[in-house]
Design a protein around this ligand. Structure first.
Ligand SMILES: [Zn+2]
Length: 257
């Protein structure tokens, strides 16, 4: 997969060397020992949104490993119906659970981007067969136009213009949003964000299908604490108690206009 230099006004192809990638203008980025490529620039590192912390990444991975999010994974898999020759980008891939799991099941080529170094590091260590990039996707996705047959955005920040640019004309985009009942026991009922999201994508995409996938899990106190950590609400007067917690996503499948 061709990678493009993220520097504004450059965007030339990056050539791969042993420990770095470099563009013809001399912009150079490191390849980490665990295999991911770090395309962050100084202004990204100063960003107010540097992404998930190592603690949040570890908490989220423990929850995935308990299997509580397997029904959500199944819902996403049924919605995108990927095949082995798909080329899939997960924009905002976090620690890689959804993309890495789907890639292992299906055998497609998988590419994940996230702004969090701890998240991408965890993804690269567990799923070395996929390619993982640290980059600020709010700014620029470091790929050529029409590189992917599927783009995933799973509870991440959405950049409709960039999603469209890197997606093939016959491709599909899967957007997963936290549904109103998601974690309702811990943070109350949330807003329904489907209409607003469809509107956000309307210039470039039409909605082809939608589905809500919901599951509930009986969690022990440690797992409840992990949920709170993963949503940055670990500070509570009382320690977490065992409880049943609801996980719910609105899945939206879009086609390019
Ligand atoms: Zn460059």
């Amino acid at each position: 997969m061709l990678l493009l230099c993220p520097v504004r006004g450059c965007h030339l192809a990056l050539a791969r060397e042993e420990k770095r990638v470099v563009c013809p203008q001399g912009h150079s980025f490191d390849i980490a020992r665990s295999g991911y490529i770090n395309l962050l620039q100084p202004q990204d590192r100063r960003s107010k949104n540097p992404g998930d912390t190592a603690d949040a990444v570890a908490a989220r991975r423990r929850l995935h490993d308990r299997g509580v999010t397997d029904p959500l994974l199944r819902g996403i898999a049924e919605m995108i119906r990927a095949v082995p020759n798909d080329i899939v980008l997960d924009a905002g891939c976090g620690e890689g659970f959804y993309l890495g799991s789907l890639a292992r099941e299906t055998g497609f080529d998988a590419y994940g981007v996230d702004i969090s170094i701890p998240a991408v590091e965890a993804a690269a260590k567990r799923y070395p067969e996929c390619e993982w990039i640290v980059a600020n996707a709010d700014r620029f996705l470091p790929y050529a136009d029409r590189s992917f047959s599927i783009v995933l955005s799973i509870t991440g920040r959405m950049n409709a213009g960039e999603f469209r640019r890197v997606l093939r004309d016959d491709g599909r985009l899967l957007v997963a949003l936290a549904a109103p009942e998601d974690l309702i026991e811990l943070r109350g009922k949330g807003r329904d964000r489907v209409d607003r999201t469809v509107e956000t994508f309307a210039k470039d995409f039409t909605l082809a299908d939608r589905r809500r996938v919901t599951t509930a899990a009986d969690l022990d106190a440690a797992a409840v604490q992990d949920v709170l950590l993963s949503i940055y609400r670990p500070m509570r007067a009382e320690p977490a108690e065992a409880m049943r917690v609801t996980f719910s996503l609105d899945l939206l499948l879009f086609r390019p206009r």
